[in-house]
Design a protein around this ligand. Structure first.
Ligand SMILES: O=C(O)CCC(=O)C(=O)O
Ligand SMILES: [Fe+2]
Length: 245
């Protein structure tokens, strides 16, 4: 869409942390946005997250599969309306596996393959582009969907409440942000600031699975007009490792 002076390309930001620009085309972005709008509805919809210190997170959030709250997971919205968390659909697991394969650079094809309609049953046949070892990964079963509007941002943190070291898959829709990706030891430098735009994929696993990361800035009004979203949505897909579903 943009005529870039320097085209954006797949980049390894840190060991095991890969940025794949423009992974979702506009049609897939629209479908994912429509799904997010459904998930955001009550019950168990978009909520403001309160932190134990008495503060609130500026990004509002909705979860699928397992409900995240600071700092753990529950089957119901224990810090909200108490409703059961919405189910994690099989098509998001398929999408996450394709994302991991594409980010690893083991799959020649860019993009998530045939569009999978939200709500559609997952295709049971293995995707030939997904390397065999990915089929051994436990299913992705958690989605955290963060909505950033106004001055929303997210402080440096680790995704450490899961019991699996499977890579975290992050998809961005809407406004461009600065995604700060650091190291597993501290919130401080070294870190790298990456611009995440609508449709971009970011995967972090391996030695970067426990790296600190955050969103210091969102550029309001930068979403592609064709998407029809004011603000930014981020969808992070994770493997719980909790066992027993
Ligand atoms: O919004 C983002 O890009 C990051 C979200 C995130 O780090 C999280 O939900 O744990
Ligand atoms: Fe995170």
């Amino acid at each position: 869409m943009d005529a870039e002076l320097f085209p954006r390309s797949r980049t390894e930001i840190a060991p095991g942390a890969v940025h794949v620009p423009d992974w979702l085309d506009m049609e897939r972005q629209r479908r994912l946005l429509a799904a997010c709008r459904d998930w955001a509805r009550p019950p168990a919809g978009l909520r403001t997250v309160r932190t134990p210190g008495g503060g609130t997170m500026t990004a509002r959030q909705v979860c699928l599969g397992h409900h995240w709250y600071p700092y753990g997971y529950a089957p119901t919205v224990v810090d909200g309306d108490g409703a059961p968390v919405k189910p994690f659909p099989a098509w998001l697991d398929t999408l996450a596996r394709r994302a991991v394969a594409d980010a690893a650079g083991t799959a020649p094809v860019k993009g998530p393959g045939p569009a999978t309609a939200p709500g559609a049953a997952a295709d049971p046949t293995p995707d030939p582009r997904v390397p065999a070892n990915l089929h051994d990964l436990a299913p992705y079963d958690i989605a955290l969907i963060n909505f950033y509007d106004g001055d929303a941002r997210m402080g440096m943190h680790r995704d450490s409440d899961e019991k699996s070291d499977a890579p975290v898959v992050s998809l961005s829709l809407g406004d461009t942000c600065v995604f700060r990706f650091g190291n597993p030891r501290s919130r401080a430098r070294p870190y790298t600031d990456v611009e995440l735009r609508s449709g971009d994929l970011f995967v972090f696993g391996g030695p970067s699975r426990q790296a600190y990361h955050g969103v210091p800035r969102v550029y309001a009004g930068t979403a592609p007009p064709a998407l029809g979203l004011a603000g930014r949505l981020n969808i992070t897909l994770r493997v719980s490792g909790f066992g027993g579903g």
